[in-house]
Every structure is written in C-alpha cells, then in structure tokens.
Design a protein around this ligand. Sequence first.
Ligand code: FAD
Ligand code: PYC
Length: 417
Amino acid sequence: MQKFSALSLLRAGLTGHVGWQRQWRSPEPKPGYDVIIVGGGGHGLATAYYLASRYGVKNVAVLEKGWIGGGNTGRNTTIIRSNYLFDESAGIYEHALKLWEGLSQELNYNVMYSPRGVLMLAHNIHDVQSFKRHVHANRLNGIDNEWLSPEECKEFCPPLNVGGSMRYPILGGALQRRGGTARHDAVAWGYARAADALGVDIIENCEVTGIRRAPTGEVVGVDTTRGSINAKRIGVVAAGNTSTVMNMAGVRLPLESFPLQALVSEPVKPIFPCVVMSNTIHAYISQSDKGEMVIGAGTDVYTSYTQRGGLHIVNHTLDAICELVPAFRRLRMLRNWGGLVDVTPDRSPIVAKTPVSGLYVNCGWGTGGFKATPGSGEVFASTIAKDEPNKINAPFTIERFRDGAVIDEAAAAAVAH
Ligand code: FAD
Ligand code: PYC
C-alpha cells in the first residue's frame, strides 16, 4: 500500500502527480468467502477492516449496491460526540470516539477528525434539565461534558445570538470539547484502502437480492446482481435498507426508515468555530474546511425510501438558524439532499447476532451513526469473528424489544423524534 506522509505528498507535488496508485482494487466476486458484508458504507467497510486487521479474518467481501460511501456515510453532517445518557451508550460511543482520535494514523489516511467542540443549545427549562442530567451522567462515565451559561455559549461561539426576545432563547448549553467533525468520504475511502490492502474484496455495483439459507436454517450465501456468492457468515450493514435486506432471510426487525436532510451554503471565510446543535428546533451547524456552512435538519414525518425529504422541514430549520445566527440570513444555500435513516423504537442501534445462524446485523443507528463508525465496525467485527457479542455491544440486541431492556436515547439522538 502506498504510504502517505508530508514528504511523500511534497514529492508527488513536485513530480507532477504521476505516481498515484489506485486506492483499492476492483475485483470480480469469488465463488465464496469466509464472511460477506452487505453494505459498503463506513460501518460495513470498518467491519471488514477490523475483521482483517484485528481478528485475522481476511477472506472477506464487502458487497455494495452502488458506490462505497454513497449511502448515509457520504450524506451526513459528520458530527462526532459521545455525550449519550445511558452507560451502554456511553460505552459504545466513547469506544468510537477514542478510535477516532487515532484513526488517521492507524489508517495512514487523513480522515480530518477535528475535535472543535460540540455545543448543544438549551431553549427551554426541559432542555436545561435534560442536558444537565446528560452532563452529570457523562461525567460519571468519565466522558467530558460541561454546562455553559448563555454568556459562556456566546464566548465559545461568537456568532450566536443569545440576547433579545427570541422565539428560541438560548438558556445555556452542554459542551463536549472532544466532539467535532471528520471528513465523511475520507472515512469510507480510508477504511476501504486499508481493508483492500489486507486482502478484503470491495465489490461495488453489486446489489444483494437474496440471502440463501440451508434447509437446516443457517445462511449459506447470497444472490446478487453479479451472481451467487457463498458464505457461512453474513453481516448486514445496510442502514435505511436493512429491513428489506433482512426480509430476504425471513427476519423482521423493529425498524422504520425515514428521510433525513442536510444542506450546505455557499463557502465563506472562517466564521463558525465549533459545532452547534439545537435539538429542540432540529438545526445543526458546522463549517466545512471549504468554508460552506453544513446544516442538518430533522427527519421527515413519514416513513419513505426516497433519498430526499420535504421542503417544509428544511425551511423550518433555516427559519430557526436565521434567528440563532442572524448573520446567516445573507447566506445563499447551494444544495440539499437526503439520506435514509433506520430508526429503532428506543433510538439505539442493534449490533447483534440474529435468530438465523451465521447472520449478523448492525443497524438502527438512525440519525446518529456516523460518529460511531469506528467503534461499531470494531465490535461488529469481533461479534462476527467470535460468533458472540463483544461486551460493548452485548446490550444492543434485537431481543431487548421483546424483553424490555431498552436503551432509551431519544433525547440524545435528538433528530430522531
Ligand atoms: P450507509 O453509509 O448508508 O451504508 C449502507 C450501504 O448499504 C449503502 O451504501 C447502501 O447502498 C448499501 N446497501 C443497501 N442495500 C443493499 C443491498 N441490497 N446490497 C448491497 N448494498 C446495499 N450521524 C452522526 O453521527 N452525525 C451526524 O451529524 C449525522 N448527520 C446525518 C445527516 C443526514 C442528512 C443523514 C442522512 C444521516 C446523518 N447521520 C449522522 C447518520 C449517519 O449518516 C448514519 O447513521 C451512518 O452513516 C450509517 O452508516 P452505514 O455505514 O451504516 O450506512
Ligand atoms: O447524531 O449528532 C448527531 C446528529 C447531528 C445531526 C444529525 N445527527
């Protein structure tokens, strides 16, 4: 694998950029693999990478119906944080955050992780109480989170409008300083490149159309638009399409798929130093390295498989943003798009074995799975390799919806309700 360093980039710049290699191969599918991963988003690619790098399982294929990272991985607003309420969530999101901190070095690929701080604004008494509860719960779990007064919010993020009579007054905010953003495409490409170098086959334009099971019930392979492929272990990581794919194996999951939208403005000079989230009004803002304001909105009200949402949803978000940051009234919006998010009843993911032998599922990350990408991939790889859950993902079963051991993160997931 070509090594990247400051020196190698300089050398390439001075020698006409002629020596760049393909970042991953484009192999034909083999007749069979030890493990097939369905879905070439960040979570699927991370799973394949950790299977090969940490668990020694290298005969792996990632099957992607489109292009890698073309699903939610390439459509999200890239907010990374671990300030969820419950111990189980703290475990999995903090595991991910720690991996983010060394990911560029591990992959030798700059994922542009930028811990610039995530500030969650409180607009009413309920928000204040709920966020303070999160601050205390997080600190008990060793996760950084602190409460800021309105004046401290303004000091941390000067463009915010914290005074005057506002429809959505800012009563304070919860700040996770280690939170931030990363470059979503680079995450998919970095994992793909590193997995490929370890022998994983990444097969794009290969839609899984069926999951084959033996008469005794266990999985034996998949049917795809590029032929049938055998495997005794299959991991489904298909985000908004998970219900459809799992149906192919006869497994029903408690999931609903909703469109979730984002938009970007024209690029402007650096003005916005951190990430601001306003869960109450469904508005999420950060500034990209190109200078665009990256804005997230809420989910649509209706379930759907369209990768775009209702205009009134983004209008509502922009109304609120113009009040929170009056300077943005003069910004023009460049483009908007939608992704398909898979939402569970308790707004927590499922990362688990299924009732079908050899079939594993990683889904239900809903509106908030980008931040979990490294941690999710690592624990899912462990679950597939050992055929038993890792202690971090053990609580995130399908059975919790039958047994009642739910992990209610509706307040932390924010966008999903
Ligand atoms: P995906 O990247 O969607 O990958 C699944 C892949 O499976 C897709 O590429 C799809 O093509 C493929 N697939 C589906 N069916 C098949 C099939 N039959 N055969 C083969 N391949 C198939 N999370 C955050 O943490 N922070 C945020 O700020 C944030 N903002 C968001 C904003 C928006 C607008 C959206 C839509 C989501 C946001 N999220 C955010 C959520 C986050 O993007 C997702 O939870 C996460 O990216 C899911 O990753 P994934 O790899 O599971 O899914
Ligand atoms: O999970 O932090 C998040 C998020 C922000 C916008 C969409 N999801």
